[in-house]
Design a protein around this ligand. Structure first.
Ligand code: NDP
Length: 251
């Protein structure tokens, strides 16, 4: 049911963290993979690892906030593989501050990286998917897109934006054979979160707020992504799938 042989998956933000894990997950199912990020040396190392599964891997340097780079990346993937079956909009970052201190630069950085990038990449890839009358788009939001905490309003606003962007675009693209869904990860230890999650204070906070009392472990996001990206998920669109150890259901 989850055989990806002959499928092409594009994962953004695959030079570290969850993007690397998902790229491995799709490749293990047999997919050919395009991976993007700004750090090309890291991408090339990830590509080398993934080729061990016997699939084709194309690393492409791309800043997802830059429309020209996004469009050029999509053209490069199409010229290499001829199509993109699955897009995973995973790239993300954050510069946040308390609302009374937040600068325009911090706000714009976060919205550009976490929300506008999803629009830009989805627009470019959807144009190609529409031609094939087939596609799966998976947007990686966050549990902070579902509820409010004091951990940064720019990030919360951007990720909530991703969730409703997904719903709207899923309705638009449904007649074209393209599904669009959101995954909301909870705490996973990656480059983005290592410093924060390493503190005793945060471990205690996690113990109190996550019913499973731990962060997500390597690969625990993959099953959701593999399901939503598969042909089998043909009647699933516009949904929000939290993978958060119960964090959002316990609020
Ligand atoms: P990492 O920092 O480990 O990875 C982020 C990835 O995004 C990197 O590959 C980075 O590559 C890429 N990236 C960042 N900015 C840009 C940019 N402007 N252009 C292109 N690529 C970019 O973070 P995670 O793996 O933890 O996060 C992945 C996604 O999951 C993010 O969207 C994040 O918001 C979300 N998430 C993560 C959670 C967690 O607990 N880890 C919880 C909830 C959501 P490079 O620097 O090479 O460009």
């Amino acid at each position: 049911m989850f055989d990806y042989k002959g499928r092409v998956v594009l994962v953004t933000g695959a030079s570290s963290g969850l993007g690397v894990q998902m790229a491995h997950g799709f490749a293990k199912q047999g997919a050919d993979i395009a991976i993007t990020a700004r750090r090309l040396n890291k991408l090339e190392a990830v590509a080398e690892e993934i080729r061990k599964y016997g699939v084709k891997v194309l690393p492409v340097q791309c800043d997802v906030t830059d429309t020209e780079q996004v469009n050029a990346t999509v053209e490069k993937v199409i010229s290499e593989f001829g199509k993109i079956d699955v897009l995973v909009n995973n790239a993300g970052s954050s510069k946040d501050a308390p609302i009374t201190e937040m600068t325009d630069e911090e706000w714009n950085f976060t919205v550009d990286t976490d929300l506008s990038s999803v629009f830009k990449m989805t627009r470019a890839v959807a144009r190609k998917m529409v031609e094939k009358n087939y596609g799966r788009i998976i947007n990686i939001a966050s549990m902070y897109g579902l509820l409010g905490t004091n951990q940064g309003c720019a990030y919360h606003a951007s990720k909530a934006g991703v969730i409703n962007f997904t719903r709207a675009v899923s309705a638009e693209l449904a007649p074209k054979g393209i599904t669009v869904n959101t995954i909301c990860p909870g705490y996973f230890t990656t480059e983005l979160t290592a410093e924060l999650f390493g503190t005793d204070e945060f471990k205690q906070y996690m113990g109190l707020t996550v019913p499973m009392q731990r962060a997500g472990q390597e690969g625990e996001l993959n099953a959701g992504a593999i399901f939503l990206g598969s042909e089998a998920a043909s009647y699933v669109t516009g949904v929000v799938l939290p993978i958060d150890g119960g964090w959002s259901s316990a609020k």
